[in-house]
Design a protein around this ligand. Structure first.
Ligand SMILES: Nc1nc2c(ncn2[C@@H]2O[C@H](COP(=O)(O)OP(=O)(O)OP(=O)(O)O)[C@@H](O)[C@H]2O)c(=O)[nH]1
Ligand SMILES: [Mg+2]
Length: 277
């Protein structure tokens, strides 16, 4: 067994069969491949075999991990650079956009936006591309398609004072976001921020979450019952017979509060810090 064994090239192809190959070549049954021969001498060949097997196992593990993450993990969600502000008209996206650019200044009086605002700013040494998408119709949908491939996170702004009257349309827009292929594939985290907390008669983030959950449930059920052109079965947010729940989403969806007017943006800043960590 201590004989020097030469392995023919074709039999070198797989290291898993090494014991069988050695048995074929020597015609003897091999129990174990010993690192030291009986006379105590170091068996270089066995050491090479052990090292090669070890390296091969490592390579196989890396390849399996890579394939697994490609198939099940999607693209790394930490590759995008954009924080995208989305939501219904009048929620305070543009006001928030300006507050994030100049935290100490009151944002200028804004009218309903007709174009996307974008700017790159530095937050804690990170270059953050801030994108404010108008809430109204077609421009919102086209802009989401354009900017979602680079999304690092979404800040979904809700007017907590006007929410009761807008809950259905807010739910429709949030569904659009959750259905976006890039947002889904890269599991982009979403912060739903209940803005305008300085006003009287506002809803808290928990109340908004509950109401949005039931709105999204009914919207999703109607899409399941009568699928539209854009309803791709594989990306539906609920399965038939299932109830919609934010906890079941692949994307992390969290609910917090803010007031752009008073400058209370702790929730938004913490969220941005976290996604760029
Ligand atoms: N009281 C109060 N008003 C706010 C706050 N944030 C924004 N506003 C006001 O709400 C109104 C709408 O804000 P915008 O930032 O223009 O809203 P938007 O989401 O950009 O709206 P669209 O561009 O139409 O999608 C403006 O008059 C803001 O001054 C807030 O925290 N508190
Ligand atoms: Mg705006």
């Amino acid at each position: 067994r201590s004989r020097i064994i030469r392995i023919r090239r074709k039999e070198k192809e797989t290291m898993f069969d090494i014991k069988e190959i050695l048995e074929d070549l020597t015609g003897e049954k091999i129990e174990t491949l010993q690192l030291f021969k009986q006379d105590g001498e170091f068996n270089t060949f066995a050491a090479y075999v052990a090292l090669a097997s070890f390296l091969l196992c490592g390579v196989v593990c890396v390849v399996v991990w890579f394939l697994f993450s490609m198939i099940f993990g999607g693209k790394d969600k930490r590759t995008g650079k954009s924080i995208i502000l989305l939501g219904e008209c009048g929620g305070g996206k543009t006001a928030l956009f300006y507050r994030l650019l100049s935290p100490e200044e009151q944002p200028p009086q804004t009218l309903s936006s007709l174009k996307v605002n974008e700017r790159t700013i530095t937050i804690d040494n990170n270059n953050v591309h801030l994108v404010d998408i108008p809430g109204s119709g077609r421009l919102r949908k086209l802009s989401l398609l354009k900017y979602s491939p680079d999304a690092r996170a979404i800040v979904f702004v809700v007017d907590s004072a006007g929410f009761a009257a807008q809950s259905r349309s807010v739910g429709e827009i949030l569904r659009e976001v959750l259905m976006d292929k890039n947002i889904q594939k890269r599991r982009v985290p979403i912060l739903v921020v209940a803005n305008k907390q300085d006003l009287l008669k506002t809803l808290k983030s928990e109340e908004i979450q509950k109401k949005l959950e039931s709105e999204l449930d009914s919207i999703c059920q109607s899409h399941l019952a009568v699928p539209g052109e854009e309803d791709d079965e594989s990306t539906q947010l609920v399965l038939p017979g299932e109830k919609f729940a934010f906890d079941n989403m692949e994307n992390e969806v969290i609910f917090r509060e803010s007031s752009v007017k008073t400058g209370d943006l702790r929730s938004v800043n913490e969220f941005i810090d976290e996604v760029f960590m």
